[in-house]
Design a protein around this ligand. Structure first.
Ligand SMILES: C=CC1=C(C)c2cc3[nH]c(cc4nc(cc5[nH]c(cc1n2)c(C)c5CCC(=O)O)C(CCC(=O)O)=C4C)c(C)c3C=C
Ligand code: FE2
Ligand code: FE2
Length: 347
């Protein structure tokens, strides 16, 4: 069916450095970590922390990590986002662009390109490539896109796809993508999500008294869950496990990529990978549902670093399940969500 409204689509991801050179990685880390939704200290303290401590110490290590996963076409996250754009474009009539929260291409470049292709464009549908709501991922991407939209007075309406951590199309695509890996002999599936500081969870609790304060908070109903990253990761895990018929002892959940010394969501993936073999879990499958595109954090931190930790601790086999990337069911889900007849809620 042809769209009645003149529309365009933007897939929004996090972004990567322009190259693996230390100067480009520094530029990227500065932009990323100076975001107040990522490092939420007051401006001057953040500036001191980021420019004076984190970036000078982290840039070379980070650049080296990027070198281990970089491809001829560029950063895996950007390349896969482009492939997803192409795959979705084959399914929908509206022009599809990609935009990154940090680095390139920017939301402005994506909006300008859509406006050039359809000068009388009426609506742009933005799809954050984050299934879960976190201040440091979904929220910052959405608020940035809204800011650019307002600042440049674009003539079209901006519609945002809400978090889809519990959406049946997303859960089904994820479960189906995992099925082939369950044919092999394994002891447990580790669902490893990007972590966030516990402080962010407390800050995002709209009730002010639920998250991390009520016993088993993620499994006790609360309006806080609308913006609770921990609840949403827990729910994705439960729904995928149900869909795959996994018994309780066959899966567990952990959080990766901790930065700094404050307390982040626990258990930490690196710690669990070092403990699992001692608990008799010698064959592990790892899936990272917070990322829909493979990136540094899945390909280097988990598939390389995580595997090393697990094998050195006595593990026998470590299998990384790829992200959804350009999985046909995932592309189909996106095409369904952006269809003009499908009711989307603007956040
Ligand atoms: C999936 C959602 C993400 C959340 C939530 C998130 C929070 C978060 N991240 C950092 C710091 C870093 N993250 C880095 C890489 C990175 N993070 C995400 C996603 C989320 N981050 C992705 C997809 C990537 C990979 C990007 C790529 O180019 O492949 C990095 C850069 C790499 C490094 O030096 O380790 C940093 C730094 C914080 C502090 C945070 C929450 C507060
Ligand atoms: Fe991150
Ligand atoms: Fe919560």
């Amino acid at each position: 069916m042809k769209a009645t409204t003149k529309r365009g689509i933007v897939l929004m991801n996090l972004g990567s450095p322009d190259s693996t050179e230390v100067k480009d990685v520094k530029k990227y880390l500065n932009e990323f970590l100076m975001d107040e939704r990522v490092i939420d200290s007051p401006y001057l303290l953040r500036l001191l922390l980021v420019r004076g401590m984190i970036v000078p110490f982290r840039a070379a290590k980070s650049a080296h990590a990027y070198q281990t996963v970089w491809t001829k076409e560029g950063s895996p996250l950007i390349v896969i986002s482009k492939h997803l754009q192409e795959a979705l474009q084959e399914q929908v009539d509206e022009p599809v662009e990609i935009a990154m929260r940090y680095g390139n291409p920017s939301p402005k470049a994506a909006f300008d390109s859509l406006l050039k292709q359809i000068p009388d464009i009426e609506e742009v549908v933005a799809v954050p490539l984050y299934p879960h709501y976190a201040m440091s991922s979904y929220e910052t991407a959405v608020e940035y896109a809204k800011e650019i939209h307002a600042k440049h007075k674009y003539p079209f309406k901006l519609t945002i796809i809400p978090p889809y951590y519990n959406n049946e199309d997303y859960i089904n695509a994820l479960a189906e993508s995992m099925k082939p890996f369950l044919q092999q002999d394994y002891d447990q599936i580790l669902f490893s999500y990007h972590g966030v500081p516990e402080r962010h969870i407390l800050k995002g609790d709209i009730t002010g008294h639920h998250c991390l304060q009520v016993a088993d908070c993620c499994n006790v109903d609360s309006p806080a869950h609308k913006q609770c990253y921990k609840h949403q990761c827990t729910r994705t895990t439960q729904l995928v496990a149900e869909k795959l018929g996994l018994p309780k002892d066959k899966f567990s959940l952990s959080f990766q990529s901790r930065l700094g010394r404050s307390e982040w969501l626990k258990p930490y993936t690196a710690v669990r990978l070092s403990e699992l073999p001692k608990e008799g879990i010698k064959k592990v499958l790892v899936v990272c549902p917070a990322f829909v595109s493979d990136c540094l954090e899945t390909l280097e931190e988990i598939a390389m670093g995580g595997k090393e930790i697990f094998m050195e601790a006595g593990g026998e086999s470590f299998t990384m399940i790829p992200c959804l990337n350009v999985n046909p069911l995932w592309v189909k889900a996106l095409a369904k969500w952006v269809d003009h007849t499908h009711p989307v809620l603007s956040v």
